[in-house]
Design a protein around this ligand. Structure first.
Ligand code: ATP
Ligand code: MG
Ligand code: FE
Length: 335
């Protein structure tokens, strides 16, 4: 089964061709980072326009890379939410037109399910049930994956997403957008135990998250230092902030896996590219006797191969979308 998937939910125009949910024949990403950098974040209007310019060449490049013609496709998959509505609509309009012209099924994919399926793309036999930590720019959730059709949210952030916290703290540290990877680089030069930033554990037993207090603590620390003329080691601030985020994420993920007696742990979403998080979660998994699966960093951040993999499992159960499928900016993962 050969699936072309299209992803335009935020600021990357991506197209991929994946066979049977595992064999990546093409995975093309046109990033708009350079376009949005001078604004310090994604400007939705500009993102939509750039998707319009990019969508045709990006799909053409994917087809050429795979050495396929459109008639060789079995289905067309597309992200229909959550994300920026104008950005989603570009990918949707393209995918619907193509599916209609080819008379092939259209598959609507949830963006976060795509992030989760980056794991199955790389590790198709990862043992279920699994506890999946989804950490991205807009979401932070613990998801219980019982099977490919049954899942449950165990906890989620009550305020900022982990990636959002990384980006905001990076900004106050004077790092360029997008801040997450830059902050990780800076943190490598710092001492993670230099500053004891707060860990928000919330109520006993809660698997929810909160990162806005931590973000404020970093801002207050920098303000205080500036006011008192104290010299600040920015690398120490970055390392200590990262340590606080990672400790909470790892601890709650292990708790979730234990509580649900899962057979494995899966890491997903853009923040899953963070090497400290990957290392700490792997170490904690070893201690708990649970295998931890972390997709390669390039599959953790936005791409269309992960969308194609999620679509493959939907294809197997004939979970097709009508041609009037609409973009849903706040599409919930579980209805
Ligand atoms: P969502 O998936 O929630 O809709 P998104 O698609 O914008 O949001 P992703 O592409 O999944 O987000 O992830 C991007 C986020 O991951 C950004 O916040 C970015 O800073 C963060 N990120 C990427 N790499 C790293 C890293 N190495 N360390 C920390 N954060 C990172
Ligand atoms: Mg992005
Ligand atoms: Fe994403």
């Amino acid at each position: 089964t050969t699936i072309l998937a299209i992803e335009t939910s935020c600021d990357e125009t991506a197209a991929a061709i994946v066979i049977n949910g595992t064999e990546v024949r093409a995975n093309i990403i046109a990033s708009q980072i350079a376009t949005h950098r001078r604004f310090g974040g994604v400007v939705p209007e500009i993102a939509s326009r750039r998707h319009m310019e990019n969508i045709v060449p990006v799909v053409a490049e994917a087809m050429a890379t795979a050495g396929l013609s459109f008639t060789g496709l079995d289905a067309v998959a597309v992200t229909y939410g959550p994300g920026l509505v104008g950005a989603l609509l570009v990918g949707l309009a393209y995918a619907k037109s193509l599916a209609y012209a080819l008379d092939k099924p259209l598959i609507g994919v949830h963006h976060l399910l795509g992030h989760i399926y980056a794991g199955f793309l790389q590790y198709p036999h990862l043992p279920l049930p699994a506890a999946c930590l989804v950490v991205s720019g807009g979401h932070t959730s613990l998801v219980y994956l019982e099977s490919h059709t049954c899942r449950r949210i165990l906890g989620a952030t009550r305020d900022d997403a982990a990636g959002e916290a990384f980006d905001k703290v990076a900004r106050v540290l004077g790092l360029p957008y997008p801040g997450g990877p830059e902050l990780e680089k800076l943190a490598r030069e710092g001492n993670p135990r230099a500053i004891n930033f707060p860990r928000a554990w919330l109520e006993e037993g809660s698997l929810d998250f909160s990162f806005s207090g931590l973000k404020s603590a970093v801002i207050n620390y920098l303000h205080h230092a500036r006011q008192t003329g104290t010299e600040v080691n920015l690398a120490d601030v970055a390392a200590s902030f990262q340590a606080a985020v990672v400790e909470v994420l790892v601890t709650k993920t292990i708790q979730a896996a234990r509580r649900m007696a899962t057979r494995s742990i899966l890491l997903a979403g853009g923040v899953a590219a963070n090497s400290s998080l990957r290392q700490e979660l792997a170490a904690a998994g070893r201690e708990a006797g649970l295998p931890v699966f972390c997709p390669s960093p390039a599959l953790c951040t936005d791409n269309a191969a992960m969308i194609a993999c999620a679509a493959y499992y939907q294809y197997l159960r004939r979970d097709f979308a009508p041609l009037d499928l609409n973009a849903i900016p706040d599409l919930p993962l579980i209805n």
